[in-house]
Design a protein around this ligand. Structure first.
Ligand SMILES: NC(=O)c1ccc[n+]([C@@H]2O[C@H](COP(=O)([O-])OP(=O)(O)OC[C@H]3O[C@@H](n4cnc5c(N)ncnc54)[C@H](OP(=O)(O)O)[C@@H]3O)[C@@H](O)[C@H]2O)c1
Length: 246
């Protein structure tokens, strides 16, 4: 892995961690991989775009975060599991002096999370559901009974800033979000995003799911902070909306 911008340099694993550290306090970064034409899936999942370097960056972002935030559509499509001690992320977290497990927070207006699914049943750090008052109270009760930490944020729809407040109240300030497109659009619309980490796969796909599931009210300006490269994959790091890196 090498840094192209700023300060060109070869990066070992420690330097990769240093390259992705966040400022202290509350921070939301969104992590995506896309083809150069903006597709984010091949046959419905992101795996076909990835590379060993992208998987290292993905693990690094998880290791540095307090919580993973993900839309239910992505958690379901990608078969999400909890982050467990002994996993590659868990070991990296331990090497950084962090707890080896971390919670995954699933955003779902309809409280669609499966109480019997692996993401709930196998979790060491209890899985969090971020939902709203309009979701089915029986579903919420079943998820609470299964050990899920249910956060009701908003009435008719999920209020993302309120959800980030609720996570911060639990000490989960540094959030890495792994999408998907609906969650990215709503988080940008709410002005909640501090950082976008976009891996650009050297591929053209066409016709697949895009980075955003619909138009934004206006352009969101990004400020380029870093570009890494490995095997033709570009790992870009942008701040959003005036957020600053140290
Ligand atoms: N390449 C990449 O980096 C990458 C990253 C992420 C996802 N993906 C791909 O994207 C696809 C998933 O797309 P998607 O549009 O379904 O993604 P999504 O945004 O993860 O999921 C949409 C669903 O999540 C819930 N949700 C998301 N944002 C919400 C909000 N602000 N408020 C309330 N609920 C919210 C809703 O669930 P309910 O219907 O349960 O209410 C909604 O139907 C998959 O194919 C996945 O592989 C790729």
């Amino acid at each position: 892995m090498r840094r192209l911008f700023p300060d060109p340099a070869e990066l070992d694993d420690d330097a990769l961690v240093a390259a992705y550290r966040c400022p202290p306090g509350r921070w939301l970064r969104m992590d995506f991989i896309a083809s150069h034409d903006g597709a984010i899936t091949v046959d419905g999942v992101s795996e076909g775009l990835g590379s060993p370097g992208d998987r290292r960056v993905f693990r690094t972002l998880r290791a540095l975060a307090d919580v993973v935030l993900v839309g239910h559509g992505t958690a379901a499509a990608e078969g999400y599991h909890p982050v467990l001690p002994g996993s590659a992320v868990g070991r990296l977290r331990e090497s950084l002096g962090r707890t080896p497990s971390m919670p995954v927070a699933v955003v779902s207006r309809r409280a669609s999370l499966d109480p019997a699914g692996a993401l709930v049943a196998d979790a060491v750090s209890p899985t969090i559901l971020v939902t709203c008052g309009a979701s089915d109270p029986d579903r919420r009760a079943a998820l609470t009974a299964a050990g899920v930490d249910v956060l009701v944020c908003g009435d008719d729809d999920v209020d993302l800033p309120a959800a980030l407040d609720a996570l911060a109240d639990r000490g989960l300030e540094q959030v890495t979000s792994e999408g998907g497109p609906q969650l990215l659009r709503t988080a940008l619309t709410a002005g909640a995003v501090d950082e976008l980490d976009l891996s650009l796969s050297p591929t053209l796909i066409g016709g697949e799911t895009r980075l955003l599931d619909g138009a934004l009210a206006g352009p969101v300006r990004l400020c380029l902070r870093q570009v890494l490269e490995e095997d033709g994959m570009l790992f870009t790091r942008y701040t959003v909306g005036g957020s600053n890196l140290p």
